[in-house]
Write a protein that binds this ligand. Structure first.
Ligand SMILES: NC(=O)c1ccc[n+]([C@@H]2O[C@H](COP(=O)([O-])OP(=O)(O)OC[C@H]3O[C@@H](n4cnc5c(N)ncnc54)[C@H](O)[C@@H]3O)[C@@H](O)[C@H]2O)c1
Length: 321
């Protein structure tokens, strides 16, 4: 009996796999390593209860063969679908990126779950499904949902396909609307970007946008804890939850200052003009996490505390003293 994780070699996937293994579960994962890495899996591969295959989930024939064989060896009880494009500007530049890696990976996963009669799906959705709501606190029943990035559109389409599958072959779905999740091993995101740019050119940090972008951040350890809590306690057929810190978020200016202080205290920070960092960037968002609090889970850290912790961890990952 195994839990199957897609995108297992990515940032959140490898943290989730480790947490499940530590709880004594058997875990199998696929990833095509387009953004995740085999190095992220090194600590897991020594464990007998873990297995990994390099598979492109957008290639339905390869995915069908590999998943069918895995399910025959070790029946899959739950699918945790985390594979997606995580480079939002790349998906804005070329909409095919998110059609393929964000939507088709979901569509193919649902198709194979139907064929193999696997009835429980957990899905990594995103705040990007909401679009730009001007920083107002968002609850799960907010609507209409009008994403402003192709990534957000393909996450919303994935949620819609999951909802429809609950009418036919799925028995239970967990839909987690992630905030900005941070920590290590970082594969993308604003902190990693700032750390890398400052290490390459320690004199100045150029920030896209005016620095007033304000978003909700959660450390990956808390994110994994929340997902496993929801899995254990949510009782509906479709369980959709915003997961985040219980605050108004942290600003990009604050993040830039934290990274400069840690990496190159003498560096100057220069800001751009507009409120958004790039097309499709939602400048401000914050979550209502009342539904999750009612279920019994609350974050321990604020967005600012999560940022400070992740800056330190990512600095170490990138070789800063
Ligand atoms: N990190 C965040 O802040 C955040 C926020 C909202 C939602 N999410 C979602 O959480 C999930 C995990 O994100 P992450 O931060 O770990 O990103 P990540 O890029 O580190 O992990 C995603 C993984 O999916 C894999 N992948 C992509 N396309 C694939 C394909 N066609 N076949 C097989 N594997 C494929 C990548 O190689 C990568 O390892 C994603 O679905 C992402 O959209 C993340």
């Amino acid at each position: 009996m195994a839990v199957f994780i897609t995108g297992v070699a990515g940032f959140i996937g490898c943290n989730l796999a480790r947490a499940m293994l530590e709880r004594g579960e058997e875990v199998a994962g696929f990833d095509n390593l387009c953004r995740g890495s085999a190095a992220n899996l090194e600590p897991l591969r020594r464990r007998a209860a873990f297995s990994f295959e390099r598979i492109d989930l957008a290639d339905i024939d390869a995915y069908r063969r590999a998943l069918g064989a895995l399910h025959a060896r070790s029946p899959i009880t739950e699918v945790w679908h985390l594979a997606a494009n995580s480079d939002i500007p790349a998906g804005t530049a070329d909409p095919n990126v998110d059609l393929r890696d964000t939507f088709m990976t979901t569509f193919n996963t649902l198709l194979l779950m139907k064929e193999l009669r696997i009835a429980t799906l957990a899905f990594a959705s995103s705040s990007a499904v909401f679009g730009d709501r001007g920083g107002r606190k968002l609850s799960e029943d907010e609507g209409p949902l009008l994403p402003i990035s192709n990534y957000g559109a393909m996450k919303l389409a994935s949620e819609a396909a999951i909802s429809a599958a609950l009418e036919t072959h799925l028995e239970r779905a967990l839909v987690f609307r992630f905030p900005n999740v941070i920590g290590v091993p970082a594969t993308h995101g604003v902190i990693l970007d700032f750390v890398r740019r400052l290490r390459a050119a320690p004199g100045e940090l150029e920030v896209l946008g005016d620095g007033n972008q304000q978003k909700c951040y959660l450390h990956v350890e808390e994110m994994v804890d929340a997902m496993l809590f929801i899995r254990a306690h949510a009782r509906d057929k479709l369980n959709c939850f915003n997961v985040g810190a219980d605050d108004e978020g942290a600003s990009v200016r604050f993040i830039a200052e934290q990274v400069v202080r840690r990496i190159a205290p003498q560096a100057r920070i220069s800001f751009g003009a507009g409120p958004a960092g790039w097309p499709g960037d939602v400048p401000r968002f914050s979550y209502s996490i009342a539904k999750l609090a009612r279920l019994g889970w609350r974050p321990r850290q604020t967005s600012a505390q999560a940022v400070s912790r992740a800056v330190d961890e990512i600095a170490v990952q990138e070789g800063a003293a």
